[in-house]
Ligand binder design. Structure first.
Ligand SMILES: [Zn+2]
Length: 210
C-alpha cells in the first residue's frame, strides 16, 4: 500500500499518510514557516487534521488530531485556525475524503495578480483532475479575498460554490491554495497538478510581458 493510502476510519493510518504529505510538500517548498494544514475524513462526523502551529515538514503522528464535523477538538488538542474551511468542504460533499492547504510561492504570487479568478487552459496536466479528459478543458479557479475571520471567509467560499459548477480547488489572495479529492492520493495529485499549472502560468506571463 502507498504511504499516502489509509483505510477509512483508521486514525493512525490517516495520520501517517498526512505526515508523509507534509514531508513531500515541505520538500517542494509549499509549506514554509509552519504554514498550511491538512485533513482526511475518518467517518461521517470525524476528521483527522493537523494540530495548530506545527511545521508540516516535520510532523509526527502526535501532530495530527481528531475534530468533529463542526471543527470541535475531540482529543483536547488545538486544531488549525483554518479548520472551518476544511469542515465546510466535507459537510457539503460526501465524496471529499481529504483537503490540503498550502502556501507555495507560485500560488501566493498568482493569487495576488489574478483578480477574482484564474483561468487555466490548454495544458495536458489538466487531465490530472477528476472528470477532466482533455487538455482543451478550461479550469476556472476562484480567488477569494483573504480574511482573518475564518468563519466569514468560509461563508464567502460556500456562497460561491452554491452558485457555480463543482471545482477541485480555490485560491485565497496573498495566502495560498485549498484543494481536495476523494482520498489523500487523489488530493496530492490535485495539489501537484495545481502547483505545476501555477508555475506554467507564471512562466507564460513572464515571457509574454517581455
Ligand atoms: Zn493558510
Amino acid at each position: 500500500m502507498s504511504a499516502l493510502m489509509h483505510d477509512t476510519g483508521n486514525f493512525e493510518g490517516a495520520a501517517r499518510a498526512l505526515v508523509e504529505v507534509g514531508r513531500q510538500a515541505c520538500a517542494q517548498g509549499w509549506v514554509p514557516a509552519t504554514s498550511g494544514n491538512f485533513s482526511a475524513r475518518l467517518d461521517e462526523e470525524t476528521l483527522a487534521i493537523t494540530v495548530s502551529g506545527r511545521h508540516k515538514g516535520y510532523l509526527s503522528i502526535d501532530d495530527i488530531m481528531r475534530v468533529d464535523d463542526s471543527g470541535r477538538s475531540l482529543d483536547g488538542k488545538k486544531p488549525s485556525d483554518e479548520t472551518l474551511l476544511h469542515t465546510g468542504l466535507y459537510c457539503r460533499n460526501d465524496n471529499i475524503g481529504a483537503v490540503l492547504h498550502t502556501h507555495s510561492v507560485a500560488s501566493t504570487v498568482l493569487s495576488r495578480v489574478a483578480k477574482g479568478e484564474l483561468i487555466l487552459d490548454g495544458l495536458e496536466v489538466l487531465k490530472a483532475f477528476e472528470g477532466v479528459d482533455s487538455h482543451e478543458t478550461k479550469l476556472t479557479i476562484p480567488v477569494f479575498p483573504n480574511n482573518q475571520d475564518i468563519s466569514g471567509l468560509a461563508k464567502v467560499v460556500e456562497a460561491w460554490m452554491d452558485s457555480h459548477p463543482p471545482i477541485a480547488g480555490y485560491l485565497i489572495a496573498g495566502h495560498g491554495l485549498y484543494t481536495w479529492g476523494k482520498d489523500i492520493p487523489s488530493t496530492v495529485r490535485h495539489l501537484e497538478a495545481f502547483e505545476f499549472l501555477f508555475q506554467c502560468e507564471i512562466e507564460m506571463r513572464r515571457i509574454t510581458v517581455q
